[in-house]
Design a protein. Structure first.
Length: 385
């Protein structure tokens, strides 16, 4: 693995977080679950990947999200947002708003449709990202900034659209191995030189319960290793308690449970992103790289349904965007012009199966909506969940 070397300042930052993680492991008796390591690496105050000041999104960062590719993503999404708000309340809450690009482009697209929300709330734990979101909105949609508010916690009650683009994949996961009737949790320990190393221990508590449930539903060969996302389902269920009327719309990469835990996906889905290079080592430069895992969408709806949310649709990102008018938005640009050619290249990445089109899925859950959602008018795969 050959990755770009960090600057001296970035390396010093990573060394600070590494020391904090080493101390945490020592205090815990020499071992912590990987979910705890991942949570600290991404969200430790002032040190974690999402809570410090490193640039993360776009060409200068570590990865590019769909909204960063083209404003056509938001223009298509705006049609779905407008429908949900018309059926509930003109209010949007975006969780994990990244650079703020989606918020700005979505507000501009809704303005063009004459369907602006009364409020656009952003829920983000990172003070650094909040500052960047404000800057992006100031640059791209300054006249709409008065509609935007930042929240410190989930609202006690709300109606409208709750939106999350690539939120679930950044939630901490537990790593588990199913081995000859024994379920082991993979955690993080230290070797003699103080370096992070994997170490397995018998799974207990919620991790054991969920791992047993997965084994009862899926055919797992001996030695099969993968991830359990406990935080994501719990987060979705929390919205079930708070959303009075409207939809929770989540866009992320993942699979239904039987595909997620398919025997051919031995080794799991854990992946890291650093300077636009993907690699599998979560211990590399803590605080300077993103750590993600694919989403088990079956687990998301399984937790949300008892909390009061019904499944409104589940499909690929490509099909969702087609249903929401992505191609019509592209056709509205002048054919052959530079904006058209750039947008067409971005659209290819959004919808091609070998790019984001099939890997990314869109799931909608909600309550009190009188009409089917247009984003799932064709190609709904709810039966697969």
């Amino acid at each position: 693995m050959s990755l770009p070397a960090p600057s001296p300042e970035a390396l010093q930052h990573s060394q600070q977080l590494t020391a904090a993680l080493q101390a945490r492991i020592a205090t815990a008796g020499g071992w912590i679950p990987f979910a705890e390591f991942m949570a600290e690496a991404l969200y430790a105050p002032g040190l974690g990947y999402y809570t410090a000041g490193a640039r993360k999104f776009g060409a200068a960062g570590d990865f590019v999200t769909a909204p960063e590719l083209t404003p056509l993503f938001a223009r298509a999404l705006a049609h779905q947002a407008a429908q949900v708000m018309a059926l509930s309340r003109p209010h949007i809450i975006e969780a994990g708003a990244g650079s703020g690009r989606l918020a700005a482009d979505l507000l501009l697209a809704l303005e063009a449709l004459g369907q602006l929300p009364d409020r656009y709330d952003i829920l983000d734990v990172s003070a650094d990202l909040r500052q960047r979101q404000h800057q992006t909105l100031t640059q791209r949609a300054p006249h709409l900034l008065e509609r935007v508010y930042w929240l410190d916690e989930l609202p006690a009650a709300c109606s409208g659209l709750v939106l999350g683009n690539e939120v679930l994949d950044a939630m901490p996961v537990h790593c588990v191995t199913w081995q000859d009737g024994t379920i082991l949790e993979k955690g993080v320990s230290l070797d003699g030189a103080g370096q992070f190393v994997w170490q397995e221990r018998p799974a207990t508590g919620r991790v054991l319960e969920e791992a047993v449930a997965v084994a009862g539903e899926c055919l797992l060969p001996p030695g099969f290793s993968s991830e359990l996302l406990l935080a994501g389902p719990a987060w979705a269920a929390t919205w079930g308690e708070r959303l009075q009327q409207g939809a929770l719309l989540l866009i992320d990469y993942g699979f239904p449970r039987r595909e997620f835990y398919h025997p051919q996906r031995h080794g799991g889905t854990l992946m890291c992103h650093y300077r636009h290079q993907a690699h599998p080592d979560p211990f590399y430069l803590p605080g300077l790289q993103d750590i993600t895992a694919h989403v088990d969408f079956t687990g998301i709806i399984a937790a949300a349904f008892p909390a009061g949310l019904e499944l409104l649709g589940y499909t690929s990102q490509a099909q969702f965007l087609f249903n929401c008018g992505l191609l019509q938005a592209l056709e509205a640009l002048e054919p052959g012009s530079l904006p058209y050619l750039k947008a067409a290249a971005a659209v290819q990445k959004l919808v091609q199966p070998q790019e984001m089109g099939e890997l990314f899925k869109v799931i909608a859950m909600g309550k009190g909506l009188a009409q089917p959602l247009l984003g799932f008018a064709r190609g709904d795969r709810s039966h697969a969940l």
